[in-house]
Design a protein around this ligand. Sequence first.
Ligand code: ATR
Length: 287
Amino acid sequence: MKTINTTEITSATELYAVIGSPIKHSRSPEIHNPLYDEMGLDRCYLAFHIKPEDLAATIPFLRTNLKGFNITIPHKEAIIPFLDELEPRAAVCGAVNTVKIEDGKLKGYNTDGYGFVMGFTEAGIDVRGKKTLILGTGGASRVVAYELLALGCEVTLTNRTYEKAVKVQSVLQAAFPDRTVRVVLTDDIKPEYELIVNTTSVGMSPGEDVSPIGEDIIAGASILYDIVYTPPETAFLRIGKACGCQTVNGASMLFYQGIRSQEIWMDMPISEELRAPVYRKYQGKKE
Ligand code: ATR
């Protein structure tokens, strides 16, 4: 059954959307529509359930009718061949979460990294130069590693499937030739990292009680960041807190990647004054 919310859309309304599969639980409309209300703009942000096999056929519709759209799982990589332009950061990360449409041309960006860094900013944590371990080498890990390398962190990757970690290492190494990106086998990790970032799905509902690494390693760190936001406190963060670590979860990353997408679409910064009431509402609804 389809549920359609009644919204006044006219031929003048600018349409934006998030595309993904599944899409039902996406929180992106909760970020963008209230922003349009705050700014008094005749814009509407929708959520489209697009199955992987339908992506190609949907592109002409998006190109013609929208001004921009966000992309979530599982299309972040699959969208790339359909784009007319790609920003360098998104090319290195191999993932696009934002598309801007201008004169019928699709330009791809990745704003997840901006959201990730805003999580530190909001928590008042300066990560520049920290010795860092990244758990997982899926799509999200590249974005995280890219930002941390840009901030001068010493980055080591680890992953359940070691060969995948080696592949990601070589991509990052090529993007940051004057830095050393390391890889470690999960069984060989030592408690020597100041910052540990979890980019795996371990700890996400319904597997809340599992941490991707043990207390012996966590206890050696001072900052933990889990990009998971449901639950707000994963076992990884809970153990870290008990060990005296500063902790950050993925909720602000999600919010700020949306804000950055909007800034790209509008081609102007969104002031703290505009985003604060939207953020308060968004946090209030957090699970
Ligand atoms: P995303 O785009 O969110 O990064 P992804 O590309 O599917 O998602 O990557 C998920 C990451 O979590 C991978 O690094 C994956 O490890 P593999 O490369 O070995 O698949 C990791 N991951 C998922 N489930 C895991 C588990 N039970 N234990 C350890 N790592 C896990």
